[in-house]
Design a protein around this ligand. Structure first.
Ligand SMILES: C[S@@+](CC[C@H](N)C(=O)[O-])C[C@H]1O[C@@H](n2cnc3c(N)ncnc32)[C@H](O)[C@@H]1O
Length: 385
């Protein structure tokens, strides 16, 4: 497992590699076959009543990515929000005997397991507490490094209050439906992101929980997910939209089939009416052919809709385009395609957007130009160079 993480570039430092070689992952997943414990995948710990995973040992690639992003140094005081034991043990190895690790979780079962496994594996010095991560954990603050291992929609004030001078918060932050693991450093009263990596995490429960709004089309087959607002005031205007003829518009933007294009998502997320389309696999009758059936960028404008589509060009490449439906479907698809071309010309292959997090009280005039996403406690600004 560790050799693969090194080869993939997920592990980049000697300190993180040593931690992964030392901590026995299987000790935090008892009863799970060794091949599964050491696979490049999550180990599910708990599901909710709908069968959705609410607690897991995260995939090792994601843990390595976050540990490398955070850059914990020997002797640092660390807080992990979202527990399980394994990642806290990795953190304890990196920070060493002079440092400290506190791990918190909202779920008492998770904390009881984590405490037991940590003690059995020789990490009794890691303190595990059952609290809502929204409040951080004041008794052991301040922290040089806070690592959040659960999908967050906001950055609660407790996290910055409990941060030591020069400290960072590594957090998977959801912005208009897209989660990026950010490394946030204080700069005056704002936080500036130093790194943004694509990732997926289970969602935050408790006070910081925030559900996306779901609008269903074509019975229950197709869902449009709206995060951070944008749900149409009268969703019935979209009734029957997918029964109209499809307009297809192609962009001339060609990407390799294995080429990452994650900056495109945040680029398109600027647009009014932006949402993510998903197709229920069990009900799918092929009405729509989005680029990705789990979460595909889409735009709505009154009673019209367009989504990102691809067509194959040989074995190695695809061309981006859009499928539009409804009275202005061709125009909405054209808008999407113009944005694809703008991304291709100005941002593809670039460093991606700058992301900064401001207090919610910051007036518009003091924000940089860009997409402003208002949360409960913060205003997140995504700006493009
Ligand atoms: C992906 S798991 C954490 C994995 C863990 N870091 C590991 O060692 O692999 C996410 C955890 O976040 C917890 N969680 C969800 N909402 C929380 C909240 N508000 N405060 C603290 N923990 C929360 C869940 O109970 C779950 O155990």
């Amino acid at each position: 497992m560790v050799d693969q993480l090194v080869a993939a570039g997920s592990i980049r430092s000697a300190a993180v590699e040593r931690a992964f070689r030392v901590v026995p992952r299987h000790a935090f997943a008892p009863g799970v076959p060794l091949v599964q414990a050491y696979a490049q995948d999550i180990v599910v710990v708990k599901r909710d009543d709908y069968g959705r995973t609410i607690s897991s040992v995260s995939a090792p690639g994601i843990q390595a990515m976050q540990l490398e992003q955070a850059g914990i140094k020997p002797g640092e005081r660390c807080l992990e929000i979202g527990s399980g034991g394994y990642n806290a043990a990795l953190m304890a190895e990196v920070t060493g005997g002079e440092g400290s690790v506190t791990t918190i979780d909202i779920d008492p079962d998770v904390i009881n397991r984590a405490r037991t496994f940590l003690a059995e594996a020789g990490y009794a010095g890691v303190e595990a507490a059952c609290v809502d991560g929204e409040d951080g954990y004041a008794p052991n603050a301040p922290y040089d490094k806070i690592i959040v291992t659960v999908g967050s929609w906001d950055v609660p004030p407790a996290w910055t209050d409990q941060l030591a001078p020069g400290g960072t918060i590594t957090v998977p932050l959801r912005m208009r439906g897209h989660t990026r693991s950010l490394v946030l450093r204080r700069d005056g009263d704002r936080l500036v992101s130093e790194s943004a990596q694509v990732c997926g995490f289970v969602s935050m429960q408790g006070l910081g929980g925030h559900a996306e709004r779901l609008l269903k089309l074509h019975g229950d087959m197709i869902g449009l997910r709206f995060d951070d607002g944008g749900v149409p005031s009268d969703p019935s205007v979209l009734d029957g939209v997918l029964d109209t003829p499809r307009a297809e518009v192609w962009s001339g933007v060609v990407v390799g089939r294995m080429e990452p294009f994650d900056t495109l998502h945040l680029w398109l997320a600027r647009l009014d009416g932006y949402c993510l389309m998903s197709v229920d696999r069990r009900l799918d009758s092929g009405v729509v052919s989005p680029q990705n059936k789990m979460a595909c960028p889409a735009l709505i404008d009154a009673g019209s809709l367009a989504y990102l589509a691809i067509r194959r060009l040989g074995d190695a490449e695809v061309e981006f385009g859009a499928h539009g439906y409804g009275p202005d479907g061709a125009a909405v698809a054209e808008t999407l395609v113009e944005e694809l071309r703008a991304w291709d010309q100005d941002h593809r292959g670039g460093p991606g957007p700058r992301i900064a997090v401001y207090p919610i009280s910051t007036p518009d005039a003091e924000l940089p130009p860009g997409l402003v996403i208002d949360k409960r406690h913060r205003r997140v600004v995504v700006s493009w160079p």
